[in-house]
Every structure is written in C-alpha cells, then in structure tokens.
Design a protein around this ligand. Sequence first.
Ligand SMILES: Nc1ncnc2c1ncn2[C@@H]1O[C@H](COP(=O)(O)OP(=O)(O)OP(=O)(O)O)[C@@H](O)[C@H]1O
Length: 561
Amino acid sequence: MLLFLWRSSWITIAGVLLTGVISGLSNAALIAFINTRLVGQMNIPYAIGWFAGLALTVLVSRTASLYLLNRFSTQLVRDLRLRISRLILHAPYPNLQKMGKSALLSHLTEDVTAIASASELFPVLCINFAILVGCMAYLSWLSWQLALVLAGIILFGVTTFNFFKEIPLRSVRIARGEYDVLGRGFTALTEGVRELKLHRRRSEAFVSQSLSNSAEAYRRHSFRAAAAYLWLNQWVQLLYYLTIGAILYAFPLWQTLNQEIISGYVLVFLFMMSPLTIVTNSLPAFSRAKVSLDKILQLDEKLVERSLAERPAGLAVQESFTSLTLTGVTHSFHREKENRNFTLGPIDLEFHPGELVFLVGGNGSGKTTLAMLSIGLYHPASGMISWNGCPVDGGNRDAYMQNFSVIFSDFYLFDELYGVDAEQHRGAVEDYLQRLHLNHKVEIIDGRFSSVSLSQGQRKRLALLVAYLEDRPFYVFDEWAADQDPEFKHVFYTELLPALKARGKTVLAITHDEKYFYLADRCIKLDEGNIAAIEYPQGYAGQVAVNAEWPRPAQTETSIS
Ligand SMILES: Nc1ncnc2c1ncn2[C@@H]1O[C@H](COP(=O)(O)OP(=O)(O)OP(=O)(O)O)[C@@H](O)[C@H]1O
C-alpha cells in the first residue's frame, strides 16, 4: 500500500513524509522541552522562545502535511476511478461479461473507497508514527539502558504482530469476496425491483435466501476481521502497560533512576498513548485498502487482452469499406440448465457496401451471437473475420469495432451526444427529430438531449438518431422495430433502412417482421446456430417507394488500423 502511494506521486509523498516527520519530531521535542521545564532547568524568556518555536513548528508542519495529503488522496481517488474506467473500456467484452456488472461496480465503489479512506488516514499515521519515533529517541536520550529494554519490547511486539496479522487479513479478503456476492444481489434488487414488487413471495424469498445470506456472510467476516484487530490492538496496549509497569517497578530494582528520567518517562509514556492508539486503530483501514488494491491490480490481468502485444505489423489504414468476411467462424456458450453447449457456426458469410441484410430465425437460434461476432464484441472461437480483406485480431479489433453503429435490443441511451458535434449537425438533427416524431418532445441543448424520460419506443428512435449521426459504414439493428407502433415499423423498414442503403451503408437487421422480409437484399435464416437458408428477395424491392432523401451527417469515418 505504501509502495503504491509512493509510486502514485513520490514527490507529494516525500513532502508529506518530511512535514509529517518534522511535525512528529517537533511534537516529541515539545514534550521533552515541557519535561525539562517541569524540572525547572531553564530561564523564562529562553523557555518561552523555545516553547513558541516548537509549538509553531508543530502547527505549521502538521498543517502542511495534512494539506498535501488531502490534495493527494483526492487526486488518487480521481485517478483510480478513471484508471479503472479506462481499463473497463479497453478490456475485451467477453472478459467484462465474465466478470459481471456488479463486480465491476464493486471495484469502482468499494475498492476505490477503501483505498481513499486509507490514504486519508496516511498523514495522521505519518505524524503519529513520527511522534512515536521522536518520543523513543527522547526516551533513549534520557537513559540508554531503558532504551535497550524498550527496543527489546518493541521488537517483540512487532514480531508477534506480524505473526498474527494474517488472521484478520484473511477475514478482510473473504469479506471483500462476499461483497461481490452482495453486489450481485444489489444489482438484481435494483434491476428487478418491478418483478419483486409484484410478487411478495418472490421478494421475501429473494431477501431471505439471497440478500440476507450474503449480507450476513459479509457482516460475519468483517466482524471477524475487526475482532481480530481488536485483540491485536489489545495485545499492543498490554505490552505498553507492561512496559510502564516494568519501568516504574522492575527497572529501579536493577538501576537507580533520577527524577528527570522518571518524570520524563511517565510524561512521555502518557503522551504516547494517543498516537499509539491512532496508529494501531488505523491498521484495519490499511488492510482493507491492501486487499482492495490487490483486487484492482488483479483487474489488469483479468481484463487486459494479452494478444494486444501480438499485434501484427503493417495493417494499412483502409479508406472505405469494401467487404466484411466471416470464414468458418464459430462461438460457443454453455447452456447451464440443459448442461450442453450452444455452438454457433461454422459460419461463412460476406457483406458488401449498400447491402440490406435481414437476419431471421427462431428464438435462441443465434442471431444476436452472430451479430456480436460480426461487430467484434464476441471473439470467434475458431475461424476468421476479415475487414476489407484484412484479418481482425486482438491488435486491431478496437479499430475494427469503430466501423459499426449498433442498436442492441437492450440498448443504452446516453443523454449526451458524446463524440458527435451536435452544432455541426444541427440541421440534420432537427430534421431527424421531426421525421422520428420527436421534435415536440426532445431538443438538443449544448450537446445534450433535453429529456430521455421517454417511452421505450421513443428512446429507441433517439438511439436511431445517434446511430445516424455516427455515420459508420455498417449498421446493425437487433430487433429495433419490436417496440415501435405499426406506423413507425413501416417507416423504419420502408424509409429508414432503404435510405441507409441508398447512402451506401451496409445494414444487418435482426428481425421477426416477416411482412417486410421482401425488402431485404438477403435474408439469412439461422436455426440452432447454423445457416438454414439464404434467400434473395430483391426482385420485390422495386415496389418500395424508397425515400433516400434523409439528410446526411456532415462527416464520415471508415478505418481499420
Ligand atoms: N452470454 C451468454 N451466456 C450463455 N449463453 C448465452 C449467452 N448469450 C446467448 N447465449 C445462448 O446462446 C444461444 C443463442 O442466443 P442468441 O441470443 O444469439 O439467440 P437469438 O437468436 O438472438 O435469440 P432471441 O431471438 O431470443 O434474441 C441461446 O441458447 C442463449 O441461451
């Protein structure tokens, strides 16, 4: 943890340590000075000067240390959050799917918070540790024989502490694992709240069988960790009292101590009680932070695609889309309930610019899986995908994915047009909104939709607007029309899709709307993960009144690099 903090910003940490140590040492010096003053060995003006100087040093150095560290810890939390977010964005989708939403959220919330709490405690720890070291130095200066005894006791304390510290740390690790389970429960609770509210027995069973079990497991292990730390802290306190007892009653039997030493030891020991408690009490927070930090570091290994390093050299930047080819592509899922695999493929397909392709088939036939493979979110278990004749692999997959504009069946609508200059497209946006019958409900103000609290069908129309503005060469719609009324369904199939085709876009639309199959250049029928039939109903396309006059966004982008 300390190493991590040091690596994050060694200059700030060095500053914090320096000011912390100055604060701690001057604090200890102040105590030593007060002790000297108590036994009356200084003249008054001289004493006042020393007292004021030391007190001022303590105040200034402590303020500087806390200021630096508060600034550092807030920056650290920001950087960690952004780092995890970027890691998630750059990770291959199958890895993210494997981890699950709630585990990712736990990293962004629980782990970052644990590290932030520990880093906030860090200046307090530094100052109090420095006070303890300063006090020890003063005690050693008072009597080296006592210092030896003290050093022995400290060594014993540290050794026993190190020996036992694995016990609470283990519980902290288990509790953190249980938090992931609890997080899954919270996700189910928030996403399934409507279903739970409508079924009292289900919601009671959900709480009693799932949520309360994981909440209890988390509580049990957190408590075990806290209790173990409590015992360890008590052990340290016991050693502390044993030391005072030994100095007061056992040590004088061996050696005579003068008044200054005795009063110095008593004063310093009483003063040390508070920093010692602070140091030992901050250990649980540091162990939680250590476990969280380990988790975040493991994220790198779990999420990052190793094949990025294997990127083949010399992939040319392609100016325009000419072909997308799937050769012998397969992908498998394990169907847990049936205890067998679902395998898509091997699939051989080719797409060209300006093609309108419908992907049809029964539920579970593999339509979405094929679309996800085609756009690069799923990776083929075998076979190859090529864009403009260039094989897609770990090195260029991210660039490859930038060629697709997709509306998933469970799409997410951002309330801002991130990455699209709304001002540049103002005319087109207003025109689209009107055509999509949304102009009375939504406008774009400063690149943001004035509202996304719309019906599912309306939100899907807004998603369509975003897709239009993205202006990519390849469009994929997963049952886009399913939530639309018949009027809009008709507009979608007979106007929107042909308009895209007329602009040279390739469209792959997953659909169950047989009524409109005749519009497609190609209908690919899937059955049990395989292509059962391919039909070419273009002969009927002449009957369609194609409205290709939909406005075009100002810019286009097509690249794979
Ligand atoms: N993430 C996943 N994990 C496990 N199995 C999956 C996953 N996604 C899909 N499957 C399985 O793969 C098979 C094909 O699913 P897919 O969603 O591709 O079918 P589909 O034709 O799009 O179905 P629908 O029309 O119902 O959307 C199904 O048996 C499904 O249960």
